[in-house]
Design a protein around this ligand. Structure first.
Ligand SMILES: [Ca+2]
Ligand SMILES: [Ca+2]
Length: 344
């Protein structure tokens, strides 16, 4: 029993030391972007009040394409009129979200938290961000306010990146079920393009299952990037299924999208891609004009050749065999007539 309580005590002590060492004091930030102080991922607690008139600037950790930046602010557990304030900016120093959409804008009340999530697309490989803390309109950001800074992997379809937002950066996948992500309003990852190899005669089905609040869209394009079929969820949370018969073998593209009109938050969706042989009499959907396959043309050629053969045979019978028979009959008749005359 003693041993067990000793082990528990040691584990608790290690845990407390771990938590204590995981939290750092937030260093004094720069006066502007130029002098911003670099921060790594971790938990930081302010050791001084930060003015409501001037902010302190920090550089946030570098984030890879397909990773989400997360900054959580936590006010002190007790106190009166506690308000913390922070703003996030891109590397180009542009505000990511305006005040009314900013989750860290004037977080009010003791123990209250605000969490800012930002998922960028793969137009760049790496992203840098800035944060300014303080500068709230009503009150200073109090000593003891905590900021947790982290990154989360939101890679698409088993890759190590974001499926591109353009055809050129489409992610090649095989028919299977995958987990994938889009940003909605919380970032710039509003489209994921996938490339799938298909065969003529197959039916391709792209099924997207969104979270309850997202109203998503799925478009399938042919290998020439011509739109084949578009499906839009009738209501938020609706599963979107885009299914069509393939009339030409090669690559097709599937675009899954969710922008600021689709969701306020980052969405985790399930992407299910399946291919099945088509029902023979199904009307092909797609390029608009029926496509004669190579096999079909071969068959047609064979039939044409047979028809030509029959024609030639008829000509031979009509123009060669019939006259020969005619001549033979005449010859025989003449022969017998002559023979009869000789006898007379
Ligand atoms: Ca994505
Ligand atoms: Ca994307």
């Amino acid at each position: 029993m003693r041993k067990i309580s000793l082990i528990v005590s040691i584990l608790l002590l290690v845990g407390i030391v771990g938590i204590a060492s995981a939290q750092e004091t937030l260093p004094k930030g720069g006066d502007d972007f130029e002098t911003a102080v670099e921060l790594q991922a971790g938990s930081y607690v302010t050791d001084h009040d930060i003015s409501r008139k001037t902010s302190e600037y920090f550089k946030l950790p570098i984030v890879k394409a397909g990773q989400m930046l997360v900054v959580k602010a936590t006010n002190l557990p007790t106190g009166v009129d506690l308000i913390s304030n922070a703003v996030l900016y891109s590397e180009a120093r542009a505000m990511l979200l305006p005040g009314y959409d900013n989750p860290l804008d004037n977080v009010y009340g003791a123990g209250k938290t605000g969490t800012y999530k930002w998922l960028a697309n793969s137009s760049q490989d790496l992203y840098g961000y800035y944060i300014s803390i303080g500068g709230g309109e009503v009150n200073f950001t109090a000593e003891g306010t905590k900021y947790d800074i982290s990154t989360e992997d939101k890679f698409d379809a088993g890759s190590q990146t974001d499926a591109g937002d353009v055809f050129e950066k489409a992610l090649s996948i095989t028919p299977k079920e995958y987990k994938a992500y889009l940003s909605g309003k919380a970032g710039t990852d509003t489209k994921d393009f996938y490339k799938v190899a298909v065969k003529e005669g197959e039916t391709l089905t792209v099924k997207v299952t969104p979270p309850a609040e997202a109203r998503m869209k799925v478009i399938v394009y042919d290998g020439n990037r011509g739109k084949l079929k578009e499906e839009y969820a009738p209501n938020p949370g609706a599963i979107v299924t885009n299914s069509l018969a393939i009339t030409r073998s090669g690559d097709v593209f599937a675009e899954v999208s969710c922008d600021k009109h689709c969701s306020n938050n980052v969405v985790a969706y399930t992407l299910d891609v399946a291919v099945e042989p088509s029902v023979e009499d199904e009307v092909p959907v797609g390029e608009g004009e029926p496509i004669v396959s190579d096999e079909g043309s071969e068959e047609a050629a064979e039939k044409a050749m047979k028809a030509v053969g029959k024609g030639i045979a008829a000509v031979i019978i009509l123009w060669i065999v019939v006259p020969i028979i005619f001549l033979v009959v005449i010859g025989v008749v003449v022969y017998f007539l002559l023979k009869k005359r000789k006898k007379q």
